[in-house]
Design a protein around this ligand. Structure first.
Ligand code: ZN
Length: 117
């Protein structure tokens, strides 16, 4: 049992390191025009974080399409707009939207500093 657990933890660690590299590889493949490779890389990213239950950071999470799992290349692959306090990302691969609410932080330290000065 212990050996199995250690194996799982090691695999998770390796997957965490692999994911950012896969993002770069997918982007390179898209720029070179190899769409098949691009799709395989972007599907592998989803496979890894689903299998090992990795919680992606916000920055990485906004770079994947929710619906078709493709990696976004801002300006080429998707369209980003702000509307009614929401960030709307339109995926050109599957032609669907993802909406992210933009909320101002309540305890913003920078703002309080400006008011005191
Ligand atoms: Zn999509």
């Amino acid at each position: 049992m212990k050996r199995k657990l250690i194996k799982k933890i090691k695999a998770k660690r390796e997957a965490k390191k692999l994911i950012p590299k896969l993002f770069e590889k997918a982007r390179l493949a898209y720029k070179k025009g190899n769409k098949k490779l691009y799709k395989t890389y972007s599907k592998k990213i989803k496979y890894l974080y689903m299998k090992y239950k990795i919680k992606l950071p916000k920055i990485l999470k906004r770079q994947i399409c929710k619906h078709c799992d493709s990696v976004f290349l801002y300006g080429k692959n998707c369209r980003v707009r702000t509307r009614e306090h929401k960030l709307i990302i339109y995926c050109l691969e599957c032609k669907r939207f993802t909406r992210i609410p933009l909320k101002a932080k309540k305890n913003n330290k920078n703002q309080s500093n400006i008011t005191t000065i």
